[in-house]
Design a protein around this ligand. Sequence first.
Ligand code: HAM
Length: 417
Amino acid sequence: MSFTKAPGVEDIFPDRIPVWNRITASARRNFELFNFREVIIPVMEYTELFSRGIGDETDIVSKEMFTFEDRGGRSLTLRPEGTASVVRAYNENGEYNRLSVCKLFYIGSMFRAERPQKGRLRQFNQFGAELFGDDSPFYDYEVISMMNSIAIDLGILNYELLINSIGCEECRPAYLEKLKEYYQSNKSVLCEDCVKRLEKNPLRILDCKKDGCKALKDAAPVLPEFLCSSCADHHSSVKSYLSGAGIAFREDPFLVRGLDYYAKTTFEFVTTALGGQNAFAAGGRYNKLVEILGGKPTPAVGFAAGIERLMILTETNPPAPLSLDAFIIYSDEKYFQHSAELLRKLRMEGISADIDPSGKSMKSQMKKMDRENARFALIIGDEEINEKTVTVKDTATREQQKISEGEVSAFIKNNKR
Ligand code: HAM
């Protein structure tokens, strides 16, 4: 008897592992640059964590969870996302929940019983980040800009950042009333699920993918018009931080997201290159969730990205050619020792550098350098030795200048591509 894999799961063979590694390495590097620390959370939790955390009326909880009973009759669920689990872990661990700001990231498999298609799996992998303890809009911006840096780093082209604010418990009720009124008067067009949502959770109707419900959305009241002054200020600060950093975004007043825990900022990174599944990363602020899951009132914000979706996007983009920061060229064999000493110092200072030890002509060394795609040629000849300088040549513009030996590494760091 031969076996096939279950629907919606994937094997990732060695030929695709470099792409996987590039994505997770980029995520890790950026998380660490922003001072986020890794946490490893379990793949299963008590079911109630997700039903309370994500919301009973969401598609994830009502239709997509892999839930089973353990031998003691308790209901367990394979995690459909990481946020609720990280909040549970944070609440359970005083060492972390006593920090004024706690920044955590995770990488791992999530499980949702969705209808499988390209970019939509039943077991998929996310990397995600969660920041606890501060309501500052600066952190909403930081979390978004961290994902933006990863997207740029991976060479993803033609994506759009959508943002919205879905208000707080102060201002959202008035909006929900208006939304109910609107959909009540169009009830005959709504799908069966949305008729139920109308009473319990009308915001969810905005997230429904059925044609009739989707068409009604165009004329629905929009949330940003109902924001209280505190949410409106928060939203405009997030936008001005983004603009200040040159991060382009488009406001989408209907971006409510498929999970109930959000308040204030919501965002998605979308692209048309994924077909039906357009989001490759998404998140937002969730200031009530820590409390809902039994912790102290703690503001929080975070996001998660789909690794398989990023793999599809980056596999169509050839990776940027590897490049070296510097290649040292010496005019005479007698300067090799001196050059090797400079090489050692540069590498110690975090500059990628190389040299040709063969002692061949400068022309031959330059040929080797060209194959390595070096940013700068560092040339050492009689004059440079006497003056304790290095001639630094930009290999792209061909401009060159003499720089004192002690300043070479700072110059390269400031002029990296
Ligand atoms: P989400 O939008 O449900 O948010 O998922 C985040 C990302 O996971 C999506 O943008 C997508 O790239 C990927 N993803 C989701 N479902 C699938 C699937 N079935 N197959 C492949 N990839 C998928 C969350 O999970 C929230 N926990 C994000 C968050 C963190 N919000 C605050 N903190």
